[in-house]
Design a protein around this ligand. Structure first.
Ligand code: ATP
Length: 308
């Protein structure tokens, strides 16, 4: 057992490192896109947003040719709606965002925002229209004020405070030794996963984008069940704040409980949409979504049994 677990742990570390550097890359790309339009085709126009409708049309995509992720993937996210994307782990939920944001290009098919092919519009205009709350939020080696202000560089201090209050992280910050001047990031203060995601929410609120991607954390960070309860309540409130504006919101859900209220739920499996509809419609279908609920209910009972 020991011999087996060693290399597996080792792979886990590498995986985390690769994943982290990918996130750092996302930040880098973000910064670059604010300064350059090098990737734009010569005739590229800025994205003209109307309602924020997103369509994936017959998308083919693989990170590595040997392992296709999407095959003939098509779906439409209606303008101004709250849409959840669910599916088994590794089915490509986060990849949907990476393609929309053009971190990667599909090998076939088109992605349209309000009818415009995202590969033909100015990248900076696309990225300024889309906000993201990632699962794992990259923090810079800077103080908290700067880390939140990154959401919109010209925001005033007051606007930053308003955002952190709405994201339920202001109270935590003002208890820190240097309050908003406390350094975070690799060499700074350790911030819990839940706090990090709340800082990301504050960033997103500051940016206030017409299209918002929320990659919900896969796990609840707190270990005690009471804290976990509080945390999931908190996330529910935050989600409501984020989603209350009339914007197109795409919610990548790992816990099904949070998707019940979505206007539309898109279920991905084996690289394509296997079913879609509202919670009630999908429950009646008794397909994959229904069985994921059954599984999650069984898991909850199981962990409850362990606690007791
Ligand atoms: P989860 O629910 O576990 O977060 P997901 O549905 O969001 O997963 P993705 O993160 O989109 O899944 O990844 C889809 C598949 O592509 C996974 O099998 C993943 O291991 C793989 N993958 C993701 N990023 C890369 C990458 N940069 N290079 C190679 N493979 C990748």
């Amino acid at each position: 057992v020991f011999q087996l677990s060693m290399p597996l742990n080792f792979l886990g570390t590498i995986y985390r490192e690769v994943r982290q550097s990918l996130l750092d890359m996302e930040v880098l790309f973000n910064l670059q896109s604010e300064h350059t339009s090098a990737k734009d085709p010569p005739d590229a126009k800025p994205l003209a947003l109307s309602g924020g409708e997103i369509s994936f049309e017959n998308i083919e995509f693989a990170y590595h040719p040997s392992r296709p992720i999407f095959h003939d993937l098509s779906f439409t996210i209606p303008a101004g709606k709250k849409v959840a994307i669910v599916g088994p782990s590794g089915c490509g939920k986060s990849t949907v965002f990476r393609l929309l944001y053009r971190f990667y290009e599909p090998s076939a098919g088109r992605i349209l925002v309000d009818g415009q092919d995202v590969s033909k519009v100015q990248l900076a205009s696309l990225r300024s229209a889309v906000g993201v709350v990632p699962q794992d939020t990259p923090l810079f080696h800077a103080d908290i004020l700067h880390n939140v202000r990154y959401g919109r560089l010209d925001a005033s201090d007051e606007e930053v405070f308003a955002a952190t209050k709405k994201a339920h992280v202001h109270e935590t910050i003002i208890k820190l030794p240097d309050r908003y001047a406390t350094p975070v990031g690799e060499r700074g203060l350790m911030v819990s996963g839940g706090e990090k995601q709340r800082l990301a929410v504050a960033r997103a609120l500051l940016k206030d984008p017409p299209i918002l991607f929320f990659d919900e954390a896969a796990r609840i960070y707190s270990t005690s069940s009471l804290d976990a309860q509080t945390e999931s309540e908190l996330m529910k409130n935050i989600n409501a704040t984020l989603l209350d504006r009339a914007r197109t919101s795409i919610f990548i859900a790992h816990r099904l409980r949070t998707v019940v209220e979505a206007d539309l739920i898109i279920v991905l499996k084996d690289g394509a949409v296997i079913e879609q509809g509202t919670h009630e419609e999908l429950m009646l279908r008794r397909g994959l979504y229904y069985s994921m609920w059954q599984e999650q209910a069984a898991d909850a009972e199981y962990s409850q049994a362990i606690v007791e």
